[in-house]
Ligand binder design. Structure first.
Ligand SMILES: *Cc1c(COP(=O)(O)O)cnc(C)c1O
Length: 381
């Protein structure tokens, strides 16, 4: 079975992990520091803080943005559950705004009407790696005193109008889960230009402990630490960073390969009836091509979208769904009426994720498109 995603691991990662194990230093240490410094330099942002997961990174980003009990965070229903779960963990409430039907990115025009005096942050997701239209969101955030916190789990290496994703909004989260464009096994990071927010995240990710020279016991000596708030255990380990260092070396090369494969898909899919890739954006951007999402037309088929996926799996294509919209899942039913989110609700009848990862061969694209063409022909009304 050709999976929808697969990490690319080389001898360099294997050797660095072995060296890390032999060094005796496995927890947060020199490799994490190097990984953070190189990630920040790559994105052109002053701070990159590495964590145990993207979910942990987003939780910390929201807390550093000042999101707390009673607040609202405006976000998209077309995302992984983690995006909204961490809003709940911060004691706040997610407010879902519909997506653009062509890109499945948060529809910037619908954000303003959703703002209330309780809104604290806007949380867009760069769906599948296509940067959202950030300028209108930034403008709105500035005008209303809100934080722009980006879920860039799909968008490492992407850029918006010449600016790298990670250096645009107030706080940006990345995920290094094995399916993502860069992996550390599990892991994540927050980037920010704000020194105070970076310091708060550093403290919160390690038990709420302050180690600065300003702490009561000073910055030196064996007892030079002091817990100042109830933090978390979200710090990345050097074993994870050992993988990440070499993944970072090859990020651009691998994203270029994703772009090539996505172009091949789009060309091969164009003549097929009843299926269409997602649309693109009119503004200048670089797509990270994390996922290859297409839309099938259930009205032209005898079965449903799930029948297409099932049939693909039976012939060796590991197709998937990204994502079941949050407002249709038990935890978030009742947060929004599906009728108020027509584009996300309709997308759920149509979306299919096809295999896309850098180690795929050109002939794998041909294989997937041939199988998809046969499945659609078999299921056509
Ligand atoms: C993967 C993902 C996350 C969570 O990242 P983890 O590293 O798995 O915790 C959050 N949001 C989106 C959109 C994701 O795809």
């Amino acid at each position: 079975m050709l999976p929808y995603a697969r990490p690319s691991i080389t001898e360099a990662e294997l050797a660095e992990v072995e060296e890390c194990l032999r060094s005796g230093w496995l927890a947060t240490g020199p490799r994490t520091e190097r990984f953070e410094a190189r990630l920040a330099a790559r994105l052109g942002v002053p701070h990159a803080l590495a964590t145990t997961s993207g979910t942990a990174a987003l939780h910390l980003a929201l807390l550093a943005a000042g999101v707390g009990p009673g607040d609202e965070v405006v976000t998209t229903p077309m995302t992984w559950v983690a995006t909204a779960n961490v809003i709940l963990h911060a004691g706040a409430r997610p407010v879902f705004v519909d997506v653009e039907p062509e890109t499945l990115n948060l529809d910037a025009r619908r954000v303003e009407p959703a703002l209330t005096p309780r809104t604290r942050a806007i949380l867009p997701v760069h769906f599948a790696g296509l940067p959202c239209d950030l300028d209108p969101l930034l403008e709105l955030a500035r005008a209303r005193g809100l934080a722009l916190v980006e879920d860039a789990a799909h968008a490492l290496g992407a850029s918006y109008k010449g600016r790298p994703i990670g250096a645009v909004g107030d706080l940006t989260m990345f995920s290094f889960h094995p399916a993502k464009n860069l992996t550390t096994g599990e892991g994540g990071a927050v980037t920010t230009a704000c020194d105070e927010r970076a310091a708060r995240i550093r403290r919160l990710r390690y038990h709420g402990i302050e180690q600065s020279p300003q702490s009561r016991f000073g910055g030196r000596g064996p007892a030079a630490y002091e817990a100042v708030e109830a933090g978390f255990k979200y710090n990345m380990s050097d074993l994870q960073a050992a993988i990440g260092l070499h993944q970072l070396d090859r990020l651009d090369e691998r994203n270029a390969r994703r772009r090539e494969l996505a172009a091949a898909y789009r060309e091969r899919l164009a003549p097929l009836p009843h299926v269409e890739p997602l649309g693109t954006a009119p503004y200048e951007h670089e797509h990270a091509w994390h996922l290859m999402v297409v839309r099938v037309d259930p009205d032209a088929l005898r079965g449903e979208r799930d029948d297409v996926i099932q049939a693909l799996r039976e012939v060796g294509v590991g197709a998937g769904v990204h994502f079941v919209p949050l407002h249709l899942q038990a935890l978030y039913r009742g947060v929004a009426d599906p009728a108020d989110l027509p584009a996300a609700t309709e997308a759920h009848r149509r979306i299919v994720t096809l295999p896309l990862f850098p180690d795929m061969a050109d002939r794998d694209v041909d294989f997937v498109v041939d199988r998809l063409a046969k499945v659609l022909a078999n299921q056509a009304r």
